[in-house]
Design a protein around this ligand. Structure first.
Ligand SMILES: NC(=O)c1ccc[n+]([C@@H]2O[C@H](COP(=O)([O-])OP(=O)(O)OC[C@H]3O[C@@H](n4cnc5c(N)ncnc54)[C@H](O)[C@@H]3O)[C@@H](O)[C@H]2O)c1
Length: 203
């Protein structure tokens, strides 16, 4: 008996790092899993987990039409969606506000914030008709307090924290739970992109 026997989950950002680990763990606990990522290497992760209940869908989370396709594909394959893990995010530079460019700020809002919103919105009809569901939004400890030189990423992670709280209150009446997770430093490709080996060793 797995903890997630019979459940169906969509996990974004599942080509790498924590999303790939979450997909492995969900499958090991008996869930059927849709791995979604803009990086097609997610197909290899899905193949390495194996089984008919594990599929990959290409998804740029900032694109509403792609979300529609992924959710339709999940329903077509598995007939329901019990869990959405909004895990995908971009964190490709660490800068203070005075060095933050408009274009980069907008890019992170589109991916990290809008992408999380679109995920919740698009799974909502299926979860609302089932009167049950669990949405798990991956935020960060950067949304638990202020931090220097991580302005745009930090702002989007605070937005995810806020959206999770507000959505949880809106959706409780349908039996849909919305929670945010606040990871600390995790050794994944994302951390490699924004730290040196020395700082990672210190962390
Ligand atoms: N690693 C850490 O220390 C840390 C700390 C706190 C929070 N987090 C959060 O944990 C989550 C997972 O990060 P990770 O550490 O596994 O990083 P990662 O870089 O290994 O994985 C992120 C994944 O998101 C995907 N992605 C990026 N942009 C996308 C888009 N537009 N559409 C679809 N997929 C996209 C990437 O292709 C990648 O597979 C993220 O939300 C991140 O912000 C990470």
């Amino acid at each position: 008996m797995g903890l997630l026997d019979g459940k169906v989950a969509i996990i974004t950002g599942a080509a790498s790092g924590q999303g790939a680990a979450e997909a492995r763990m969900f499958a090991a606990e008996g869930a059927r899993v849709v791995l979604a990522d803009v990086n097609p290497a997610g197909a290899e992760v899905a193949a390495s987990i194996g089984g008919k209940g594990v599929i990959f869908k290409k998804l740029d989370i900032s694109q509403a039409d792609q979300w529609q396709e992924v959710v339709a594909g999940a329903l077509n394959a598995f007939e329901k969606i019990d869990v959405l893990v909004n895990n995908a995010a971009l964190n490709d530079n660490h800068l203070p506000i005075e060095e933050t460019e408009y274009e980069h700020f907008e890019k992170l809002i589109r991916i990290n914030m809008l992408g999380t919103f679109l995920g919740m919105k698009t799974v909502l009809p299926a979860m609302r008709s089932a009167r049950s569901g669990s949405i798990i939004n991956i935020s960060s400890t950067a949304a638990l307090r202020g931090m220097p030189s991580i302005f745009d990423y930090g702002a989007t992670k605070w937005a995810i924290r806020g959206m999770s709280r507000h959505a949880a209150l809106d959706l409780a009446k349908y039996g849909i739970r919305v929670n945010a997770v606040f990871p600390g430093i995790i050794d994944t490709p994302m951390m490699e992109a924004v730290t040196t080996p020395e700082t990672r060793a210190e962390f």
